[in-house]
Design a protein around this ligand. Structure first.
Ligand SMILES: NC(=O)c1ccc[n+]([C@@H]2O[C@H](COP(=O)([O-])OP(=O)(O)OC[C@H]3O[C@@H](n4cnc5c(N)ncnc54)[C@H](OP(=O)(O)O)[C@@H]3O)[C@@H](O)[C@H]2O)c1
Length: 302
């Protein structure tokens, strides 16, 4: 990638930057001269990442690292406040944080972890940062997954179960992961319908060798992931898809990308009724999407 000149340099907020795809993309974006605000829970990895970016391109602006946990509403709000201390305009928000867990984990606010990190966090972060996005290019890229379509081990059809969004009745890790990615995709498409002034896309980055599966302690999964590890992409290659969508001059807003190519999302992801219902439920769980009264930030008349 060519280095971005002063005017081309974007202000990019990357959530989930301390590992895997996010880390690789942060290194690429930093080398290209973009202004980075990086978020992750692990301060040590965050600080070593900013040092590495600075060492590779000493002339570029030093990235900012914010340590925070976005699994709760309060956690997202605290990170958003810190972002507001650093900038008043955001060109790209990359909602990339991800988890996989073999057992059902609840956040401090009692939300199932996959649903909280993959859907509620991007929903809340995007809403809270909308005023900053409105002062920049205002692009949102959500790291999604082909898992939104079909779960590993054929764990069942992927559609939202509005009677059991928190997987209380039955927890299956693959199903919970896939459904939360479907929720994130429904949010992406619904945001596009409501806020046409902000470019938004979701991306499947490919199958990539990362730390995502570190909490998966099932023998079948362990065997499969060990046997297929050699087939997976490097984080650097996977991160290139995020880097490209975060910065390309031409983004197909409202699109679902398989890496850098537009792709068809599953039929359930295109359910407008599910998307609207999910938006309403998310506002019940998290409060109004945005408090801003700015014109650009008002939902388009539907
Ligand atoms: N790897 C694949 O093959 C693949 C395929 C499709 C989609 N994806 C998606 O790609 C994204 C990145 O995953 P990855 O594979 O790169 O996994 P990873 O190596 O485990 O990285 C996950 C990142 O998310 C951060 N994170 C997780 N929970 C967080 C929380 N509560 N608060 C703040 N940050 C949090 C982690 O920070 P910490 O350092 O604090 O843990 C880390 O920076 C995920 O959305 C994942 O679903 C991955």
């Amino acid at each position: 990638m060519n280095a971005a000149s002063g005017a081309e340099a974007r202000t990019i907020v990357l959530i989930g930057a301390t590992s895997g795809l996010g880390r690789a993309s942060a290194l690429q974006l930093g080398a290209a001269g973009h202004r980075l605000i990086l978020v992750g829970r692990d301060r040590g990895r965050g600080m070593s990442l900013t040092a590495q970016i600075t060492a590779r391109a000493p002339g570029n602006r030093r990235p900012v690292f914010i340590a925070g946990d976005i699994s709760t509403r309060d956690g997202v709000a605290a990170v958003a406040e810190r972002i507001k201390d650093e900038t008043d305009a955001v060109d790209t928000l990359l909602n990339n944080a991800g988890v996989m867990s073999s057992r059902r984990v609840l956040t401090e606010e009692g939300m199932e972890l996959n649903f909280a990190v993959h859907h509620l966090a991007p929903f809340t972060m995007t809403g809270l940062l909308l005023p900053l996005l409105a002062r920049g290019e205002g692009r949102i890229v959500n790291t999604n997954s082909e898992g939104h379509r079909a779960a590993l081990f054929g764990a069942g059809e992927i559609r939202l179960d509005f009677d059991d969004l928190q997987s209380e009745r039955r927890y299956n890790p693959y199903l919970a992961y896939s459904r939360s990615k479907l929720a994130n995709l429904l949010f992406t498409f619904e945001f596009h319908r409501r806020y046409a002034g902000f470019p938004i896309a979701a991306v499947h980055p490919g199958m990539v060798r990362t730390r995502l599966v570190r909490s998966m302690h099932r023998p079948g999964f362990w065997l499969l992931s060990t046997a297929t590890r050699w087939m997976l992409m490097s984080p650097d290659k996977g991160g290139q898809a995020l880097t490209e969508l975060a910065t390309t001059p031409v983004l197909d807003s409202g699109g679902y990308y398989d890496r850098t190519r537009l792709a068809k999302a599953s039929p359930h992801a295109n359910s407008r009724a599910d998307a609207e219902l999910l938006w309403d439920v998310s506002e019940v769980l998290r409060g109004p999407f945005t408090a801003s009264a700015d014109r650009r930030m008002r939902p388009d008349a539907r």
